[in-house]
Design a protein around this ligand. Structure first.
Ligand SMILES: *Cc1c(COP(=O)(O)O)cnc(C)c1O
Length: 462
């Protein structure tokens, strides 16, 4: 093979002009969302008061394989895309592995993560519909930052509910979000009914993504010119993130490569879903057979120890019920540092693919081994990775070590979803040997799973 450069860049003309809708290639679809008020499958009309119209249509779309990216969104993408595909030569050398390791780096924009890919799309569609304001929640702050940037561009107001523990751990996130002109409120807060209830139950609670979602939705449904946005989990988010996979495949084609293994960290499943999109399409169509690994924290083991069932997407139990792997919407993950991975549920599409065996493997890893991998990676590759992304690094390193042992020269592709500059307190904890691993007991999981909603006529497992 000719020499492969360290960074394989595409040019501006090669940014995909259409998103890839993986669901059009799935022979079976996930069961429908259920409206908790009627216990009937959710219709478009049920979603319209919450999300902007175009986004609702995309959410339901199982037919159109490719969906045009509007010109305004293309123009925005050009400010920071295509993102580089990198060959991890130095990491390979350090590991003394015959494997070829590639990573797609999505932290090259100011928001620091892949979340901008969908933030700009969601802000654009809300603006098109005449909305004045958006609401959302943010866990570690990446989504709030990305959406604040997108709202500034399209001149929309934004209220962000940030999980309180992250709000306190990451004061700079607040400053960035406010710089872009958004309001940010620590959750649980006194501004909503569910927030006040959570505070009454546990005044010192650190909050959770589930509660912050409830607060943001509550605010949005109260006003006509306001819509809610979600930065992960849902089908339209995975659709927008397909640019990651489309660019990766094109860049790999240019150097005559195709991944044997595709690895992503999975919180709600959007960066993994986006990275694997076209490769999974190849698998579904029988043209290729890459091996997919989703990596999650041992402290929030949704795929590896959760149940495949209907559950609410939020703690306040106001969202539609989604068929997904879940730990139960009452599950309170411990305060690990990969805030973006502290979510009780998982993308229904990813869940379905995992359940049916197309997404081959889910792996849970402890945060100390994750920071060990992050530290090694940063020294080799000169990028300081986000704790979330470092879960994927951990698995990529482990797969490369396996290759060293078997002598197989596999091609590994992983998603480096973001940078970790706002996570330095976590790196400091790791360096000072103060970091602890936390794994929930079976009893703990059983308790939150016991509270899963019961749907008449639907078996416990989807
Ligand atoms: C939010 C986030 C994640 C987790 O979300 P997914 O929807 O599972 O991708 C992973 N990495 C980074 C950098 C994030 O900001």
């Amino acid at each position: 093979m000719n020499h492969v450069p360290y960074r394989i860049y595409l040019n501006e003309q090669e940014i995909p002009r259409q998103w890839y809708n993986l669901r059009a290639d799935m022979k079976e679809h996930h069961a429908p969302y259920i409206n908790p008020a009627t216990m009937k499958p959710a219709e478009l009309e049920d979603l319209l008061p919450v999300f902007s119209r175009e986004v609702c249509l995309q959410e339901m779309d199982t037919e159109h394989r490719f969906i045009d990216i509007p010109e305004e969104i293309m123009e925005y993408y050009k400010m920071y895309r295509p993102s580089p595909l990198c060959r991890a030569y130095n990491l390979e050398k350090e590991l003394n592995t015959p494997a070829r390791i590639y990573y797609k780096f999505e932290g090259n924009n100011t928001s620091g993560s892949h979340k901008l890919n969908t933030a700009v799309a969601q802000a654009y569609y809300a603006k098109q519909q005449g909305m004045k304001r958006l609401t959302t929640e943010t866990g570690a702050g990446q989504w709030g930052t990305a959406l604040a940037m997108a709202c500034a561009h399209f001149d929309l107001e934004l209220t962000v509910y940030m999980v309180k523990i992250s709000y306190e751990q990451k004061p700079y996130r607040k400053a960035v979000i406010e710089t872009f002109g958004a309001d940010i409120i620590p959750s649980p807060s006194t501004t909503t009914e569910i927030g006040r209830k959570m505070l009454a139950d546990d005044p010192n609670g650190g909050g959770s993504l589930g509660t912050a979602i409830s607060e943001a939705i509550e605010l949005s449904v109260k006003s006509e010119d306001c819509r809610y946005t979600l930065g992960s989990v849902l089908n339209h988010v995975l659709l927008h993130q397909s640019v990651i996979g489309l660019e990766s495949k094109l860049a790999m084609e240019k150097i005559g490569e195709y991944p044997d293994i595709v690895i992503g960290c999975a919180g709600g499943g959007s960066n993994m879903g986006g990275l694997m999109s076209v490769f999974m399409g190849d698998k579904l169509n029988g043209t290729r057979n890459p091996y997919f690994i989703a990596v999650e924290p041992a402290s929030c083991p949704t795929l590896t120890r959760g149940r495949y069932a209907y559950d609410f997407c939020d703690t306040g139990r106001i969202t539609p019920l989604a068929p997904m792997y879940t730990l139960g919407c009452d599950f309170r993950p411990s305060a690990i540092h990969a805030g973006g991975l502290r979510y009780h549920g998982m993308s229904p599409t990813l869940s379905k693919l995992y359940h049916d065996g197309y997404l081959n493997e889910a792996r849970a890893v402890g945060q100390k081994s994750v920071f060990e991998a992050a530290t090694l990676f940063s020294r080799c590759e000169t990028i300081l990775p986000a704790p979330e992304s470092s879960h994927a690094i951990r698995a990529a390193i482990d797969e490369a070590i396996k290759c060293r042992e078997t002598g197989e020269a596999k091609t590994i592709l992983f998603g480096l979803s973001g940078t970790g500059y706002f996570d330095m307190s976590a790196y400091m904890q790791y360096q000072n040997d103060e970091m602890v691993d936390y794994t929930p007991t079976d009893e703990e999981l059983a308790r939150s799973l016991a509270a899963l909603p019961v749907i008449p006529g639907v078996q416990e497992t989807v």
